[in-house]
Design a protein around this ligand. Sequence first.
Ligand code: AMP
Length: 270
Amino acid sequence: SLSRYRIAPLFLYHYKGFEYMKVLVPIKRVVDYNVKVRAKSDETGPDLANVKMAINPFCEIAVEEAVRLKESETAQEVIAVSIGSNACQEQLRTALALGADRAILVETELEVEPLGVAKLLKAVVEKEQPDLIILGKQAIDDDSNQTGQMLASLLSYAQGTFASEIKVKGDKIDVIREVDGGLQTVSLNLPAVVTTDLRLNEPRYASLPNIMKAKKKPMDTLTPEELNVDASPRVETLKVSPPPERAAGIIVESVDELVEKLKNEAKVIT
Ligand code: AMP
């Protein structure tokens, strides 16, 4: 019975997990998902002039999940971070209105690609020492789906990608992942990297009082130079062009005519 007393404090410590859990949420400023993006006429990139910008939807899901961890008292602090131009402040303020405690802008005018973003985030992680980093599974502008994986690798942290449910259990986290043919549950040691899938949660809207409160929350600015990171691009975009126009369809008069065309013109049936 004496040994039972001895192990009790250890067990309690283990069960409680973190005294103070910090969650870092990287968010990307992208073209709003409702906007139909057009290529510039010189095909050098998408035309972003006067286009509505927003938080990448998967990053919104990441903010929501972090805020829910705080509301359930699993986490104590949520930090939003964005890498890009000064305009990213707008999306960071939205993250603050959704419930993040403070924000960090890593300001650069460079077009930073996933490896550069991952290197900058690694430097922020080393500075802030979060226990959990929740990213979107992909940014809807470049559809890379690379940053979370690269960050986990650079940090040598465990990764749980495409999460549809997470459960923090002491110093571990269970991540239920959406994979082909079903759901896979993995258990990761914290600190860890998680990327969000669509079904993880439904993000809330920012309320007016929270938008007002967000104006007073702290926002720090750092530069890649201060973080000692070379984020210059390794990939050159050669051209961005619109998809080919679809040819107009036709209306057939009868089922027989349809079958005849499918057989002889489209050659999809025999
Ligand atoms: P990607 O690998 O580009 O598809 O992006 C995946 C995720 O990485 C996004 O959902 C964000 O959480 C994060 N991320 C990508 N680019 C940035 C950026 N410029 N600033 C902050 N987070 C980013």
